[in-house]
Design a protein around this ligand. Structure first.
Ligand SMILES: *Cc1c(COP(=O)(O)O)cnc(C)c1O
Length: 384
């Protein structure tokens, strides 16, 4: 019975509520009718409500209208889409990039075009849900390796028989904030004739020179490398891309069902993203400020967490997980923060492993030093 299942979710502290937002995305938001300081978005560079992006979008909506009208293959591939694809590829130093409406759809495409029944996917245990679903949909054998365990992965690959092998990993893990050991993963891919797919949702725009992402951070390039990036996080708009070699991209465009059988995203969004890409390249100051905020937060939060019995695992990125453990305790902590007008969402299973419920504190270049200090003060003021 659905009623029983819903009651069970509530019982376990797993019922999900959507908070209602009445303001643009930013450090100050109106949430459920109250003004709060927000640490809940993936708007890492503060572009979601940027005036320059707003102007670019308004100009574009007048020039191109509001809808694409069809899929990319049936008359919906507009010049702004094509320009954006070329600019993304150039920015990433890869042969080609193909647009998708969301990162979820890009991941479904990237995995299902590369592997199918009889092939094997090697996936980090903490990969994003969309990658897990993509592997299921592909019909390939799913072989999961311990989080970040490159030696374990190599063993699994050495014993694998499938002819086509794909290693799949988040670049920055979405709920832990740690960075995948990408150089080692690529070396393993090369030794074992495997493809490597990196989901750079939380790295695109933020990590590496000019925000080119995890591969650029490690200085990697390889024809075996496929990169998925989302454009609704640091880029501040919406959409996603799959980028890689000429050959992989040609194949992707022939076979990607989540692009072929869906309406192209509005061309005005591509115009907004072209402007966003320009801002990303020019945003070294924002990336530096974000790095400073991350350091400041961790310095203050580490002793605080130790005294409260919370865990703050190593994370050099804007995603700072404050692991409470118990679902209900975690929700109580999020509620106590909200009572102090601070919004940091409680993340529970199945988004994270059982027993690892956490506050996912996400920092943005739009935050000030004072915002971070307020968060720390509020955490200090809450007595367990
Ligand atoms: C957010 C996210 C996605 C999905 O991207 P959307 O554009 O939001 O659909 C995929 N992978 C990871 C790691 C993510 O965090």
């Amino acid at each position: 019975m659905i009623e029983d299942k819903l009651a069970a979710l509530a019982e376990q502290g797993l019922y999900r509520h959507r908070r209602l937002v009445d303001s643009p995305c930013g450090p100050r938001m109106v949430v459920d009718g109250r003004s709060v300081l927000a640490f809940a978005s993936n708007d890492y560079l503060g572009f979601a409500n940027d005036q320059r992006l707003i102007e670019a979008t308004v100009d574009a909506v007048r020039r191109w209208g509001v809808g694409a009208g069809a899929s990319h293959y049936l008359g919906g591939h507009f010049r702004p889409h094509d320009d954006l694809e070329h600019q993304l590829a150039h920015f990433l130093g890869l042969d080609a990039a193909s647009l998708f409406s969301t990162g979820y759809m890009a991941n479904l495409a990237a995995v299902t075009v590369m592997v199918g029944r009889g092939d094997a996917v090697f996936a980090d245990r903490l990969n994003h849900a969309s990658l897990i679903d993509a592997v299921r949909l592909s019909g390939a054998d799913s072989i999961r390796y311990r989080h970040g365990d490159v030696a374990g992965l190599e063993n699994l690959l050495a014993n694998a028989k499938a002819s086509t092998r794909l290693i799949v990993t988040d670049g920055v893990f979405s709920m832990d904030g740690d960075i995948a050991p990408l150089a080692d993963l690529l070396a393993v891919a090369e030794r074992h004739d495997a493809w490597l797919l990196v989901d750079d949702a939380h790295a695109f725009g933020v990590l590496g020179p000019k925000g080119r992402g995890t591969a650029a951070l490690f200085g990697l390039s390889s024809p075996r490398l496929l990169v998925v990036g989302t454009l609704g996080k640091a880029a501040g708009v919406a959409g996603a891309f799959v980028a890689g070699s000429e050959l992989a991209s040609r194949w992707l465009r022939q076979k990607a069902r989540t692009s072929i059988f869906t309406t192209a995203s509005p061309p005005m969004l591509a115009c907004a993203l072209i402007e966003s890409l320009r801002l990303i390249e020019d945003a070294d100051d924002r990336r530096q400020h974000l790095t400073d905020l991350i350091r400041r937060f961790r310095q203050a939060a580490a002793p605080l967490c130790a005294s409260r019995g919370w865990r703050l695992p190593p994370s050099e990125t804007a995603i700072q997980p404050l692991i409470v453990g118990d679902n209900r305790e975690c929700v109580a902590l999020a509620d106590a923060l909200l009572a102090r007008a601070i919004w940091a969402p409680a993340i529970r299973p199945p988004t994270v492993p059982v027993g690892q419920a956490r506050l996912r504190i996400s920092l943005s270049a739009a935050h000030s030093v004072d915002d971070v200090d307020q968060l720390i003060e509020a955490l200090l003021a809450i007595r367990p």
